[in-house]
Design a protein around this ligand. Structure first.
Ligand SMILES: NC(=O)c1ccc[n+]([C@@H]2O[C@H](COP(=O)([O-])OP(=O)(O)OC[C@H]3O[C@@H](n4cnc5c(N)ncnc54)[C@H](O)[C@@H]3O)[C@@H](O)[C@H]2O)c1
Length: 322
């Protein structure tokens, strides 16, 4: 039996697929390798998976039903790790249709595919986001907090996914877990996110855009911790036929200013700051209450920021040859 990993050429999907392969699982990966960021990075991740026994791949768009049918034809699937999505808050102001296509239509197609698997399907784990908490000013964010006020279309599509999933569990008895990821960083990370953008600018002596004085708080979570948590969750389905949600984050938010200071130490550079106001769609703070995930799976993040960022900077230098 194989695990279907959507978004397998993406940052989290690549690492999760690799961890599954490492423990001897068969993995069927799906990704459309779209150009939201440099497809060469996606292809390079994929190349590293493709050489491992047990990995099969379907290139296609999950907003098209046929893509998942193709994946289903690759072998028997009993678990799904659904990570493909149009990610990024700011880009959702520029290209809202990409979000509804990949995150709403794509999620529906994954649900329909899961339904079609019938009793073979043991667990569908899908990516939601801390952004569903919107402007929540109660910290830390708990799964029981209200999530009815998204401040970006990205957040609205992720909340829609949670509601669609709950409906499918109710109607068709799918066993599901939605994971609300909090700012993931690490090697093979995303070029549109702050760790990459800041490191790139520092190493090139370019100015960095700092929003709201750098006082925004982010719960940066190292990729290896995320993968450990994702696999723990995948291995522990909820009560059959039900749907649940967990935060998955570091539960230790730091300011963007502290983040920059850590990167300055690691790169030996001093940031040239381009101070900008807070951006539409941004939130002041993210902070995960992870007590539910810890209680149910024993998840505990283990990587201090300085250690995780050192890994990232080393990888970044190698990948970019700088
Ligand atoms: N990285 C984070 O900090 C973070 C935070 C919150 C939530 N998330 C969520 O976690 C998941 C993984 O994020 P990531 O950081 O790995 O992003 P990513 O962009 O690196 O990976 C997503 C992958 O999905 C693929 N994809 C997108 N739309 C597709 C479609 N319609 N059909 C097929 N493939 C498609 C992309 O090509 C990409 O390789 C996403 O659902 C994202 O919204 C990530």
């Amino acid at each position: 039996m194989a695990v279907l990993v959507t978004g397998a050429a993406g940052f989290v999907g690549y690492h999760a697929a690799e961890a599954l392969l490492k423990r001897g699982e068969d993995v069927i990966g799906v990704d459309d390798l779209n150009a939201y960021y440099d497809p060469r990075l996606k292809q390079a991740r994929l190349d590293r998976l493709a050489v491992q026994p047990g990995f099969r791949f379907v290139k296609g768009d999950i907003a098209e039903e046929a893509t998942l049918d193709d994946a289903g034809g690759q072998g028997a699937i009993d678990r799904i790790l659904h990570l493909a999505a149009q990610a990024g808050v700011r880009y959702s102001l520029e290209n809202p249709r990409a979000y509804v296509r990949s995150n709403v239509m794509g999620h529906l197609n994954v649900l329909e595919f899961a339904r079609g698997l019938g009793p073979d399907l043991k667990h569908l784990v899908y990516a939601s986001s801390s952004s569903v908490y919107g402007g929540n000013d109660k910290a830390p964010f708990a799964e029981t907090d209200p999530v009815d006020n998204p401040v970006s279309l990205y957040a609205a599509t992720k909340r829609a996914d949670e509601l669609m999933s709950a409906t499918y569990s109710h109607l068709y008895g799918l066993s599901q877990t939605g994971l609300r990821f909090f700012t993931v960083y690490g090697p093979w990370g995303r070029p549109d996110m702050a760790p990459w953008l800041f490191t790139k600018a520092l190493l090139a002596d370019q100015p960095i855009n700092v929003f709201a004085g750098g006082h925004l708080l982010r719960d940066f979570t190292y990729i290896d911790d995320i993968v450990t948590g994702v696999l723990k969750v995948l291995d522990a389905p909820p009560v059959a036929g039900t749907s649940r949600l967990y935060n998955i984050g570091n539960s230790n938010p730091i300011t963007v200013n502290d983040f920059i200071a850590t990167l300055e130490r690691l790169t030996g550079k001093t940031a040239r700051r381009n101070e900008l106001p807070m951006q539409p769609g941004d939130v002041r703070a993210t902070h995960a209450d992870i007590s539910a995930l810890e209680r149910d799976t024993g998840f505990r993040p283990a990587t201090p920021l300085a250690e995780g960022l050192a890994q990232f900077v080393e990888w970044y230098r190698g990948w970019n040859g700088v």
